[in-house]
Design a protein around this ligand. Sequence first.
Ligand SMILES: O=C(O)CCC(=O)C(=O)O
Ligand SMILES: [Fe+2]
Length: 298
Amino acid sequence: MRFGCQAALAAAIIRRYLPGERRRHPTHFDGMAFVTVVLGLDAPGSCTGGFYVQPQSSRASRLFVPLAAGDAAVHRYDLRHGVHVKSGSRYSLVMWIKPSQESVIDGSLPWYQPASDAGDADAQHNFAKLLKSGQPGQGPSSTCDVKRSLQLYALAAAQGHAEAQRALGQMYFKGCSGLSAPDAATASMWWRRAAKFGDAHAQKLLAGLLRWGLGGTDVDVEEADFWDRRAMEQESSDDEANPEASVRAAKCSRREVEPIQKTIVECARREPPQHEQLKLASVDQPEPDMDALFGPAD
Ligand SMILES: O=C(O)CCC(=O)C(=O)O
Ligand SMILES: [Fe+2]
């Protein structure tokens, strides 16, 4: 209030990543939140891997962000990110923030219209995805509007948004009632563009199309092998193919929530010196090779 900020909490979810259970939250954008806060809940070193950000659709741009208990990552709807726990276990508290209490109550997503109109490709993509399926029980944005969805995907795809290109290809491949008949040639054009940007899912879709000559397209086994190899190099997994299912599996059971709530309260009460100790402990980890990640400094 003091800063004129109307932000309101729309959802708080505790997620877990345990051995023998699902280990990934596939790469995605948080479509339902303007801002997300991800709070780490584990002692440093509880897992390797963890939360990552990925500026481009290719996995090569993936950057892991260590989040020990009390560390928070704060990001907007336009940050591509995910989780891959490579070993150990991990818990996190994810908070989705909307710009106003009204938007929480009526389920609206007021930032998308102006940002899409201003040409923000991530906003166009997220908004298109929501409009395609409709969000049950989410107020005004619950309306399914396939025509508008197709338009927004096309705008984002034209700007080189790989996920939008892949989605647009899927809409063309299947055909949209009343909008376009199934059109495998146009689908393959969009999938090829997304595949070139490194989108592993598009690479697999394109490979399948070329291998079987789906929708009347020419068979090209050599190119199909090429794209299948590119996708395999990116370690595609079943999780990636079915994000919704794995996201559901990630939610905590009730009996786990109590100790986690304690950790959250402890983190909030922690005196700064103790927090600094935690920070220092994580500094012992090997430094990432910054030149390899971002290129040599000027
Ligand atoms: O578990 C995490 O750290 C992040 C999960 C996430 O990205 C989400 O719930 O949207
Ligand atoms: Fe997320």
